[in-house]
Design a protein around this ligand. Structure first.
Ligand SMILES: Cc1cc2nc3c(=O)[nH]c(=O)nc-3n(C[C@H](O)[C@H](O)[C@H](O)COP(=O)(O)O)c2cc1C
Length: 195
């Protein structure tokens, strides 16, 4: 299978980096074990993402299929995520450490910083031929309990990572989504002021 899915490649109004146009979130994965070099590169890209004051609040649980950790993450998935995501080679949990200001109030930035880290991870992975599909459809409290996480370490997202597979391996509804083109709002709706 070609790495580039023509039907998933963004039709852009301005020229953007090919990796950004071609990145997409599949639900069909092959059975291959993860390529450890590519996984390490994805995590390294996440490590070098920016964060507020270089606070670096992003944390990760890396769970390879077949491990006890993988089963714990898979168990926490909700609804239809449970059907497709456990077929990926890796389930990676994106977590953030809570940070407080001088008055003890929670800082708002860690979840933003985790998002940036996940974005870097996804783009690096795609560039290297892996696919990433992020999910917030999981029970964070169950996952935190399963890994006995400290109270200030918050699971926020789970990402299925692996090699893209065939939509034929999915049920009809998911297969249809896999074959559908990606869509976005027009930029005119996103840019509120542009003087
Ligand atoms: C924070 C976040 C949460 C998401 N949660 C889910 C989820 O629980 N299940 C799912 O199938 N997809 C989930 N997605 C994937 C989005 O639906 C997907 O990124 C979006 O439809 C755009 O498709 P694309 O990534 O292929 O461009 C999530 C994505 C993000 C960034």
């Amino acid at each position: 299978m070609s790495l580039i899915a023509e039907h998933k490649t963004a039709t852009t109004d301005a020229e953007i980096l090919p990796v950004l146009a071609e990145r997409w979130s599949p639900r069909a994965y092959t059975n291959d074990p993860i390529d450890e070099t590519k996984l390490a590169a994805a995590l390294e890209a996440a490590r070098w993402s920016p964060s507020a004051g270089n606070s670096q609040p992003a944390r990760f649980i890396v769970a390879r299929r077949g491990s006890a950790a993988f089963d714990k993450v898979a168990e926490s998935l909700m609804g239809f995520n449970k059907a497709w995501a456990p077929k990926a080679s890796v389930l990676l949990v994106g977590l953030y450490t809570e940070l407080r200001d001088g008055e003890g109030n929670l800082r708002p930035t860690p979840v933003y910083d985790l998002g940036q880290a996940m974005s870097h991870l996804s783009v690096q992975a795609h560039h290297d031929g892996l696919h990433v599909h992020q999910m917030t459809g999981f029970v964070a409290d169950d996952l935190a309990a399963a890994f006995e996480l400290p109270a200030d370490v918050k699971p926020f997202v789970v990402a299925a990572i692996g090699t893209v597979g065939s939509p034929d391996d999915l049920d009809e509804v998911l297969a249809e989504r896999e074959r559908a083109p990606r869509t976005r709002l027009p930029l005119t709706e996103l840019v509120l002021v542009n003087e």
